[in-house]
Write a protein that binds this ligand. Structure first.
Ligand SMILES: *Cc1c(COP(=O)(O)O)cnc(C)c1O
Length: 223
């Protein structure tokens, strides 16, 4: 069930920062997405899994892929998602280039940064980001629109804030890079537990699940 009061609060806050709201819709059934769209037409649907995205897909909404993406599944989502948030390796970029070229499209992407340097997480290490992005310079069907990060779960607000600042500094550095397929526009970070800290520290695209839909698994039996 959508928490409409919380949704309104989040929409107003995002709007006051000029931030884009992506709803993390994993496990939410299609009828909930319809309700969300009616209540918040500006919200983008952010899916984690290709199969789930295809099952729920409707051209009435804007979609983003926010989860880890297997190279062999790129062909199913190119042309359906306006941004892929999770570009973190060259073979994935090559496949996106190939599939977007086939469609005659340019696929927008964000480069995922493992800012917490966690072994279990995807994403490019912060120190490798610049080099990774320059390695994509020749890709004519890939447009890099910014960075994305999944922050570590930290109880220490100061440590979390420090990571956000580090991410924002990297984003600002990359803004000065001149590369024809690079436009540093979006910094996608901030989830249900930390979106206020994220906005205060330079994120301009939020990906929010539980704060809007409640805990996953409670209302998601009908996918
Ligand atoms: C689930 C998910 C989110 C949202 O998480 P919540 O804690 O439910 O807000 C954001 N980003 C990604 C990549 C996710 O998988």
């Amino acid at each position: 069930m959508i928490d409409f009061a919380r949704l309104e609060e989040i929409r107003a806050l995002a709007a006051s920062y000029g931030a884009t709201l992506v709803a993390a819709t994993k496990t939410q059934p299609a009828d909930i997405l319809k309700e969300l769209h009616a209540a918040a037409p500006e919200a983008i649907m952010g899916e984690n899994r290709v199969q789930e995205l295809l099952d729920k897909y409707s051209p009435d909404y804007e979609w983003h892929m926010i989860g880890r993406l297997q190279t062999n599944k790129v062909k199913y989502i190119c042309g359906k998602v306006s941004i892929i948030h999770s570009l973190d390796r060259l073979d994935l970029a090559c496949e996106i280039e190939k599939q977007a070229a086939k469609l005659g499209n340019i696929q927008n992407v964000l480069v995922e940064i493992n800012v917490g340097e966690e072994a279990t997480k995807g994403g490019v290490e912060p120190t490798q980001a610049q080099q990774f992005i320059s390695s994509l310079a020749g890709f004519e069907h890939v447009r890099i629109l910014g960075l994305m990060s999944v922050m570590p779960r930290l109880d220490d607000a100061d440590k979390l804030q420090a990571l956000y600042r580090k991410l924002r500094a990297l984003f600002d550095d990359l803004k000065t890079a001149r590369q024809s397929n690079l436009q540093m526009k979006y910094l996608s970070a901030g989830m249900s537990d930390d979106y206020k800290i994220a906005l205060d520290n330079g994120a301009n695209m939020l990906r929010i699940g539980r704060a809007i839909f409640g805990e996953r698994g409670l209302n998601a039996q009908k996918v």
